[in-house]
Write a protein that binds this ligand. Structure first.
Ligand code: FES
Length: 106
């Protein structure tokens, strides 16, 4: 089963995607055409341009961020308690019903 994930982009538009399990959420977003997710480092947890907000309900599905991810998120002016780097999040069936929001740029 492919999870149903609703994405709100920077302009406030919502779209639901159904990515395959096993890819990173960053790759799924890029493949779906969300170009706001720049992913400049290619998923190596060193750029923070794949920043997303995860809905509270699903936050616990993902493990705690690594120290590197945590440091990178701190570099963002738009960090919130539900901030994650999407390249560090794996798409699984458990993400069905997940809502994520792409933060403002910068
Ligand atoms: S793509 Fe660079 S930190 Fe995620």
């Amino acid at each position: 089963m492919m999870p149903s994930i609703t994405v709100t982009d920077q302009s406030g538009l919502q779209r639901t995607i159904h990515p395959a399990s096993g890819t990173s959420l960053m790759e799924a977003l890029r493949s779906a055409g969300f170009d706001e997710i720049l992913a400049l480092c290619g998923g190596n947890c060193s750029c923070a341009t794949c920043h997303v907000y995860v809905d509270q309900e699903h936050l616990g599905v993902f493990g705690a961020p690594s120290a590197d991810e945590d440091d990178l998120l701190d570099s963002s002016d738009h960090r919130q308690p539900n901030s994650r780097l999407s390249c560090q999040l794996l798409v699984t069936e458990d993400l069905n019903g997940l809502s994520i929001t792409i933060p403002p740029e910068g």
